[in-house]
Design a binder for this molecule. Structure first.
Ligand code: C2E
Ligand code: MG
Ligand code: MG
Length: 748
C-alpha cells in the first residue's frame, strides 16, 4: 500500500506537471529546469531583499519608495530606440541610485518592480512575466553586491575617490547588463538547444549596454551631489531628468515617425518602380508581339533572325531555315465572311501551326495572312521540307469559322542559311520570293529558294523601271479584238488590249506587265491611258463611220481601279468629254480580281452602273463567285473563260460548264460572251448551245487601229449593199481581214 507521503508526492507532481504545461508549453526539459531555478532564485532574492530593506532606518523608507515607484513607472514608459527593436527604461538611473545609496537589496527590489511592469507590458505569457523580474532581481543583486564589495575594498585601501566611483559605477552597469542579458538569453538558447553566440548577444543588446553605463554614470553623479548637497538637489534633479527623458522620448518618437514617412515614401517609390517595370514589360510585349495572335511580330522575328545569323557566323555548322507562309484564300474569306471571321481564321491557323513546330522554333505573324517560321539546329534540308509538308497537310483540314466549315491552304516559301546571308531582311526577302514561286505553282504548294529567283526578281525590278518610262515614251499601244453577236453574226464591239513595245525585249504581253503594274502602283496611270485612248478611238471611229455608231468598246480594268474612289468619276469625265454614250463602254474585271476586292469593287460597280456604263465579268468560271453575288452585282455580261471553250470538244464536263453558264446568263438576264473561239467546231458547238456572243482568233485576232478601221470601213460599206457587191468590197480588204469581213456577210 502506497504511503501517504508518496500519494501526496504524486498529487503534487501531478499538479506541478499541469502547472508546467500551462506555464511552459513549449519549453524542453533543460529550459524548464533553468526557468524554475531562476524563478525560485529570484523569489529567494526578493524575499531576502524585502527582509533586508525592512531593517533599514525608517527615514530612508520614503527614498526607497520614491525611487522604486519612479523606476517602476519608468518601466511602463520605455524609450524606444529608433531603427532598433530595443528600448531603454529610464528607471535604471533611479535603480542605480538606490544601489549606491542603500545597497543591492533595495536595487534588486526596484529592478524586479521595473522588470515586472516592463514584461507585463510587452508579453502576455506568464513565463516571461515571472522570469523577467526574477532574473532582474538576481542579476542586480549579484552585480550590486559585487560593486558594494569592490567599493568597500577600495575604501579600505584608501583608493576611493569620485573618479573611482564613477568608473566603478559604469563597470558595474556593464556587469549588470551582461548578467541580466545572459540570464535572459540563456532561456532562449536552452529552448533552441544551442550555445549563446557573442555576435547575436552584442548585436541585439549592445546599444542597451551603453545606455546602462550612461545611466550608472548619471546615478553616480547624483549620488555624489546628494553626498555633498543633501536631498534637496536630488528632489530638484528628478523633474530635470524627467524633462530630459520626456524630450528624448518625443525626439525618438519624432524620429520614428520620420522614419515611417521615409519608409512609406520608399515603399511608394518601390511600388512605382514595380509599376514602371510592369508597364515597360507590357510595352515591350506590344512592341514585340502581334496583338491578335500573341505570336512574335516582325520586329521580334527580325531580332531572332539576327541572332541566328550571328550564331551561324560564330559556328558555321549551325544551319537554320526560314519559311514564309501565305494563305491562299484569306482575302476571299475575309471579304465574304467579314473581318471577325478573318481574325478567327488567323487565330486558329496560328494555333495549328504552333502545335506542329518545335518549342525552340520561332513562329511569327508578319502581318495580314503572312506567317514566318525560323527553325534553327537543322541537320538537313529534308527536315524542313518534311515540316512544310506536314504544315500543309494540317492546314488543309477544315476549320469551323463563324459557324461555317472553311477549308484553306497555305503557300510556303523556304530558304536556308547556306546562301550566306548577312541581314534578316535578305533572308526574309528570299523566303518571300520562294513563296511567290510556290503561289505561281498553284495552291497549297511549297518552293525552295534558289538563286535563279533572285535573277527573276531583279529582272522584274528593272522591268518595272522600264514600264514607268514606257508610259511617257510612246512604247504602249492598243490592239482591238472584235466581239461578235453569233446569230446573226454581227460586230458589236471591240475589246481594247494593251501592248508594250519594249526597245530591247520586243513585244511584252499584258500577262507579264499588268501584274507588275498592279504591284508597283503603275496600274492607275496605265488604266487612265487605256481609258482615254480606247474611248478616243471609239469616238473617232463613230465620227468616221457613222453607220457604226452602235459599236461599243470593252476595256479591261484592274481590281485596283475598282477599289479607287475616283475611278467612276474619271470614267464619266472621259465619256462626257468625248460625248460618248456611257452604254457604249463596257468595263471588264476578271472574276478573281472581283472576288479579291468584293467590298470596295461593289461600290464602284454600282456607281458605274448608275452612269449607264456596262460591266462584264472576264475569265468567268476560273474564280469562286457564288450565285448570290452574280444576281446581286449590277453586271451586264459574263465572258466564259477561254479554257472552257478550248476544251469544248474534248471534255463533256467542260461542255456542261459552258451550257450551265449560258443557261445561268439567260436566267439572270446577262449577255454571255465565249472567249477564245479558235475553231469552226467550237463555234458550231457554241451556236448549238445558243451562246449569244463570241470572241476569238477564228472570228478575229486583236487588230491594230488601221486593221480595225479597215474592218469597220468594210462593214460600213457593205451594209445596205447587195451581197455580191459586199463580196467585192471584202475582196478589197487586206488579206488578213478578208476572212473576218466574210464572216460578217449574211450567211444565207
Ligand atoms: P482577257 O481580257 O481575257 O483578254 C483576252 C486575251 O485572250 C487576250 O490576250 C487575247 O489576245 C487573247 N485571245 C483572244 N482570242 C483568243 C483565242 O482565240 N485564243 C487564244 N489563245 N487567245 C485569245 P492578251 O491581249 O495577251 O491579254 C491578256 C490579258 O491581259 C487580258 O485577258 C486582260 O485580262 C489583260 N489585259 C489586256 N489589256 C489590258 C488592259 O488594258 N488593262 C488591264 N487591266 N488588263 C489588260
Ligand atoms: Mg478582257
Ligand atoms: Mg478573258
Amino acid at each position: 500500500m502506497p504511503s501517504l507521503a508518496a500519494s501526496l508526492d504524486r498529487i503534487a507532481m501531478g499538479q506541478l506537471g499541469r502547472l508546467q504545461r500551462a506555464l511552459l508549453p513549449d519549453y524542453n526539459l533543460k529550459a524548464s529546469a533553468y526557468w524554475w531555478t531562476m524563478v525560485l532564485l529570484g523569489a529567494a532574492t526578493i524575499a531576502y531583499s524585502l527582509l533586508h530593506v525592512s531593517q533599514l532606518p525608517t527615514d530612508t523608507h520614503w527614498q526607497l519608495i520614491a525611487c522604486g515607484v519612479i523606476a517602476t513607472l519608468a518601466g511602463a514608459f520605455p524609450l524606444r530606440i529608433p531603427r532598433s527593436t530595443n528600448s531603454f527604461a529610464a528607471g535604471e538611473i533611479f535603480i542605480f541610485l538606490l544601489l549606491l545609496l542603500h545597497g543591492p537589496a533595495a536595487a534588486a527590489l526596484a529592478s524586479a518592480g521595473e522588470a515586472l511592469v516592463g514584461s507585463w507590458r510587452t508579453s502576455k505569457r506568464w513565463s516571461s512575466r515571472l522570469a523577467s523580474p526574477a532574473m532582474a532581481a538576481v542579476a542586480m543583486f549579484m552585480a550590486g553586491s559585487l560593486l558594494h564589495w569592490a567599493l568597500a575594498e577600495l575604501k579600505a585601501r584608501d583608493l576611493f575617490n569620485e573618479g573611482v566611483l564613477l568608473t566603478a559605477s559604469m563597470l558595474f552597469a556593464i556587469t549588470y547588463f551582461v548578467f541580466n542579458t545572459l540570464l535572459v538569453t540563456l532561456v532562449v538558447n536552452l529552448k533552441r538547444n544551442e550555445w549563446p553566440r557573442l555576435r547575436t548577444f552584442l548585436g541585439s543588446f549592445g546599444w542597451v549596454g551603453f545606455t546602462y553605463a550612461g545611466s550608472a554614470l548619471v546615478a553616480a553623479l547624483l549620488e555624489l551631489t546628494f553626498q555633498s548637497f543633501g536631498i534637496g538637489v536630488l528632489v530638484a534633479a528628478v523633474p530635470i531628468i524627467a524633462m530630459l527623458l520626456t524630450t528624448l522620448h518625443y525626439y525618438f518618437r519624432q524620429q520614428e515617425s520620420d522614419d515611417r514617412v521615409l519608409e512609406a515614401r520608399m515603399q511608394a517609390a518601390e511600388r512605382e518602380a514595380v509599376r514602371t517595370t510592369q508597364h515597360l514589360r507590357e510595352l515591350e510585349h506590344i512592341a514585340y508581339h502581334d496583338s491578335l495572335t500573341s505570336l512574335a511580330n516582325r520586329n521580334r522575328f527580325n531580332e531572332c533572325l539576327l541572332q541566328a545569323l550571328e550564331n551561324q557566323r560564330a559556328d558555321p555548322s549551325r544551319h537554320f531555315a526560314v519559311m514564309y507562309l501565305d494563305f491562299d484564300r484569306f482575302k476571299l474569306i475575309n471579304d465574304s465572311l467579314g473581318h471577325g471571321a478573318g481574325d478567327e481564321l488567323l487565330l486558329k491557323v496560328a494555333r495549328r501551326i504552333q502545335q506542329h513546330v518545335r518549342p525552340t522554333d520561332v513562329l511569327a505573324r508578319l502581318g495580314g495572312d503572312e506567317f514566318a517560321i525560323l527553325t534553327e539546329h537543322i541537320d538537313n534540308r529534308e527536315q524542313t521540307v518534311a515540316l512544310a509538308e506536314r504544315l500543309q497537310e494540317v492546314l488543309r483540314e477544315p476549320l469551323q469559322i463563324a459557324g461555317k466549315e472553311i477549308t484553306t491552304s497555305a503557300s510556303i516559301g523556304i530558304t536556308f542559311s547556306d546562301f550566306g546571308y548577312r541581314t534578316p531582311e535578305e533572308v526574309l526577302r528570299d523566303a518571300d520570293l520562294a513563296m511567290y514561286k510556290a503561289k505561281a505553282k498553284g495552291k497549297a504548294q511549297f518552293a525552295l529558294f534558289d538563286s535563279s529567283l533572285h535573277k527573276q526578281a531583279t529582272e522584274q525590278l528593272s522591268l518595272e523601271g522600264d514600264l514607268r518610262r514606257a508610259l511617257v515614251s510612246g512604247q504602249l499601244s492598243l490592239v482591238f479584238q472584235p466581239i461578235y453577236e453569233l446569230a446573226p453574226r454581227r460586230l458589236i464591239a471591240f475589246e481594247a488590249l494593251l501592248r508594250w513595245h519594249h526597245p530591247q525585249r520586243g513585244l511584252v504581253g499584258p500577262a507579264t506587265f499588268i501584274p507588275l503594274a498592279e504591284e508597283s502602283g503603275l496600274i492607275e496611270p496605265l488604266s487612265r491611258w487605256v481609258l482615254q485612248r480606247a474611248c478616243k478611238q471609239l469616238s473617232a471611229w463613230h465620227a468616221q463611220y457613222p453607220r457604226m455608231a452602235r459599236i461599243g468598246m470593252h476595256m479591261n480594268a484592274s481590281s485596283k481601279d475598282f477599289a479607287s474612289v475616283t475611278f467612276s468619276n474619271r470614267v464619266s469625265d472621259t465619256l462626257a468629254r468625248l460625248a460618248l454614250a456611257p452604254s457604249l463602254l463596257t468595263l471588264e474585271i476578271t472574276e478573281n480580281a472581283l472576288m479579291e476586292r468584293m467590298d470596295t469593287a461593289a461600290t464602284t460597280m454600282t456607281q458605274l452602273r448608275a452612269l449607264g456604263v456596262g460591266l462584264s465579268i472576264d475569265d468567268f468560271g476560273t474564280g469562286y463567285s457564288s450565285l448570290s453575288y452574280l444576281s446581286r452585282l449590277p453586271i451586264n455580261s459574263l465572258k466564259i473563260d477561254r479554257s472552257f471553250v478550248s476544251q469544248l470538244q474534248g471534255s463533256a464536263e467542260n461542255s456542261e460548264i459552258v451550257r450551265a453558264v449560258i443557261t445561268l446568263g439567260a436566267s439572270l438576264g446577262k449577255q454571255v460572251i465565249a472567249e477564245g473561239i479558235e475553231s469552226a467546231a467550237q463555234l458550231g458547238h457554241l451556236e448549238q448551245l445558243h451562246c449569244g456572243h463570241g470572241q476569238g482568233f477564228l472570228l478575229a485576232e486583236p487588230l491594230t487601229v488601221r486593221q480595225a478601221s479597215a474592218l469597220l470601213a468594210g462593214i460600213s460599206a457593205q451594209s445596205g449593199v447587195p451581197a455580191p457587191a459586199a463580196e467585192q468590197l471584202a475582196s478589197k480588204l487586206p488579206l488578213s481581214l478578208r476572212r473576218q469581213a466574210k464572216l460578217l456577210l449574211p450567211t444565207h
